[in-house]
Design a protein around this ligand. Structure first.
Ligand code: GLC
Length: 491
């Protein structure tokens, strides 16, 4: 499998009806662009009925489409249009929690003895599970919230308006399997299992990556194998390296490479390839293609799993002020993280496309779009795409779109300029296609002999990356500041 993934936020991609909010017909109208770029699979985050207090990850109905985005027919058309171009679609299965607005939760709080009474994790003791950490530290100081109607506390791993589903209830498991079946029957190719480590809680054992969670993942995988054999499952499991790999054992086809991601930034911060060599060693022998590699996404650059010293280094290098901090991470886009230095941005894209795994591109990063740190939550990195220059930026005809525009050079301007970042990224994607080894060959670390340089072999290609501003002469190859090269060698 050689799949270039591209994450497009519907509300920020293209507004087709002039109401200031991006929508599904808008996304469909931009598939030509994605095809031109070389994208194989489009990841669309949750587009369901939702009060939108967590950008749609707070779902009120798994089977209804957010009316601001379009209709079920629009979704069907999106899937059909993608498939007719030989492209795929990935959507989220946000299975850990729902919105408080979900009818299951409303029934659960009003009728504890009724069919939904046990759908969520209720309790009388808000001190239970003391070992379970709070993830959304900016807004929450506990994983429990009190519900006046029921007179009990409910457990929530994220916002207090997102109660966790109770996976100890077999009826919850069946409902979620029905959601899987529904969307895979619609033709969804890849499901991202959102926040999947947190499905179960156990006294004394916490609430992350428990055996019960792996058992439920196996049930989803069994369903996929039996009924939708071509479909793939991808885990969003922000866990340490040794835990992340367990998700493959449980049947996930792919896992986001959370252990690797911060190491790429650390390598640039220290002008040393050592952090990348070390983490690649730690990740061990995973089938090529199973890692979902990414530089940025719709969330903050998370720093929950790195050591305190590494976190400090990352803050010192990449956090200019507290405004850009989100929870323990940094809510910034790629270009501003790199201080506007295009050489570093290109180096990271080259790495993304050469490391073993499937590359994920976050919309807007391919044009080096800036962010808007003054926006709340993680909206700094979720602003509308810049398609053209001028008012509305080709995103919308509305006088003011739902989110302000960040600055940057538009797609249209960059498409015309052969030296633009956009054309460079597109060229790298083309090169990856021309060298199938980058998609399929195993990864062999190579000793570069210079700490600044990462070297590895993928089949018949030697890949070299210079994390420093110095020009480095490696004999046959000279790497300029932040330079990279893919050199044919004997395999
Ligand atoms: C996932 C999503 C994130 C969301 C969180 C809670 O981690 O990536 O955007 O806020 O789940 O719903």
């Amino acid at each position: 499998m050689n799949t270039i993934f591209y994450q497009a936020l519907i509300h920020a991609f293209k507004d087709s009806n002039g109401d200031g909010v991006g929508d599904i017909p808008g996304l469909i109208s931009k598939l030509d662009y994605l095809q031109w770029l070389g994208v194989d699979c489009v990841w669309v985050p949750p587009f369901y009925a939702s009060p939108m207090r967590d950008d749609g990850y707070d779902i009120a109905d798994y089977y209804a489409i957010n009316p601001a985005y379009g209709t079920m027919e629009d979704v069907e058309q999106l899937i059909a249009e993608l498939h007719s171009r030989g492209m795929k679609i990935m959507t989220d299965l946000a299975l850990n929690h729902t919105s408080v607005d979900h009818p299951w939760f409303q029934a659960s709080r009003q009728d504890p003895q009724g069919p939904y009474g046990d759908f969520y994790v209720w309790g009388d003791d808000p001190q239970r599970y003391p070992e379970i950490r709070v993830i959304f530290t900016d807004t929450e100081d506990s994983n429990w919230a009190f519900d006046e109607t029921r007179g009990q506390y409910y457990f929530h791993r994220f916002y207090s308006h997102q109660p966790d589903l109770n996976y100890d209830n077999p009826a919850v498991q069946e409902e979620i399997l029905s959601v899987v079946r529904f969307w895979l029957s619609k033709g969804v190719d890849v499901l991202r299992l959102d926040a999947v480590p947190y499905l179960f809680e156990r006294d004394g054992q916490g609430g992350e990556s428990l055996p019960e969670t792996f058992a439920f993942i196996r049930r989803i995988r069994a369903l996929v194998d039996a009924e939708f054999p071509g479909a793939k499952l991808l885990a969003e499991a922000n866990q340490p390296a040794d835990k992340t790999t367990k998700y493959f054992d449980a049947g996930m086809h792919m896992c986001f490479n959370f252990p690797l991601m911060p190491k790429l930034y650390e390598a640039l911060a220290t002008s040393s390839a050592t952090p990348v060599y070390e983490v690649m060693d730690e990740l061990g022998d995973i089938p090529v293609g199973a890692w979902a590699n990414f530089l940025r996404n719709h969330d903050e650059l998370t720093l929950e799993m790195v050591t305190p010293a590494e976190r400090q280094l990352m803050y010192e290098t990449y956090l200019p002020d507290q405004q850009s901090k989100a929870h323990t991470g940094i809510a910034r886009r790629l270009m501003p993280l790199m201080g506007g230095d295009r050489r570093k941005v290109e180096l990271l894209f080259a790495l993304l496309l050469a490391l073993p795994g499937q590359p994920f591109i976050y919309y807007g990063d391919e044009i080096g779009m800036e962010d808007l740190p003054e926006l709340p939550d993680r909206y700094a990195v979720r602003t509308p795409m810049l398609w053209e220059d001028g008012p509305g930026h080709g995103f919308s005809d509305a006088p003011s779109p739902h989110l302000p525009f960040a600055s940057g050079h538009s797609v249209a301007a960059q498409q015309e300029d052969p030296t633009s970042l956009l054309n460079t990224v597109r060229g790298l994607i083309t090169q990856r296609r021309q060298h199938p080894d980058l998609a399929t060959a195993s990864y062999e670390a190579v000793e570069a002999g210079v700490d600044e340089v990462l070297a590895f072999q993928r089949g018949g290609l030697l890949c070299l990356f210079n994390f420093s501003e110095e020009t480095i002469d490696l004999g046959p190859v000279e790497l300029g500041p932040f330079g990279y090269a893919w050199v044919p060698v004997e395999s």
